[in-house]
Design a protein around this ligand. Sequence first.
Ligand SMILES: [Fe+2]
Length: 386
Amino acid sequence: MVASLSLPRIMRVGRGAVEELGEVMAGLGLSRPLLVTDAFLVGTGAAERLSATLTGAGVSPRLFADTVPDPTTDSLTAGLKALEEHGADSVVGFGGGSPMDSAKALALLAVQGGRMRDYKAPRVTPGPALPVIAVPTTAGSGSEATQVTVITDSDTDEKMLCLGPAFQPLAAVIDPDLTLSMPPRLTADTGLDALTHAVEAYVSRRANPFTDGLALTAIGTIGRHLRRAYADGTDTVAREATMLAATQAGLAFSNSSVALVHGMSRPIGAHFQVAHGLSNAMLFPAVTAFSVHGARARYADCARALGAATAADPDDLAADRLVDALRALCLDLAVPTPRSHGIDRDDWTRLTPVMAEQALASGSPANNPVVPTTEQIRELYARIYG
Ligand SMILES: [Fe+2]
């Protein structure tokens, strides 16, 4: 099998890396970025500091802070206008997954035009797009390293997965100090998203030797550090470890794939406005239990990497221990069920058929070790409601 790999050309990784953003951009010959961020990072002063770093390096950014969580097609309109007015030659995505995903979509639309619906998976979108420089402030989505963006169609509420080299950041500046202010809930949700990326990349039917190493390393690091980062947000060792792991998990799934957890998670986020990492976490143990018999040896490797099983444990036992370990992790990180999260049972039941259809249509379930039927996806949604 030939693995088709896409990576950022430049990465700066480590505490204080953000100070080097201007230098990175100048080195790439980029001077007029649209700085895409959100109101929260404007409020904390972080966007202003980043802007000043760029200006100090001779770069002329224009700030665009009107991104929304789980970006929609409608939310891109104003960004595109700002980008054109500025005569931008690049886009900086500064924030969690949402500003970075917005930046990627804007960079594509600025050059190729059309609507995001035109670029929905399973279509693979090649370049060109404006260069994207990603500066993450969470340790989760891995978007800084992936050729993936997720945009919600404002007309249908569908969370559309869009992928291809056009969405690959040219550079990523990964500074764990930017994650120190994340509250525990966000730390847990984003960390669980990264763990899901790593496990799904490893068990995916599209896994390859390049992504396997990254995935297992990320699983181990998250297993050792996520509870610590959740318990004490100022633990710089845990923050540094989980951020690197999130990037590695992003590189892994972007060059392999995600699978059934993500396929089923996107519709929950779209219809019930559940944070992405949290909807993954709600599904993760049950979907893993459903899937283990399709790839026991692979899930066993994940269990051993996570520290939930030893090399001496046979694969069957180790794979089952992974499910137990994921349940325990979700418990420790206070992951709710859809019911305890406040989602109405009737709404859940009524929307289950359309969620199942959208999950399947995204293509992600087809990469799962056990490819589910629509009926099985419906059963899984019923099982996790709580
Ligand atoms: Fe994800």
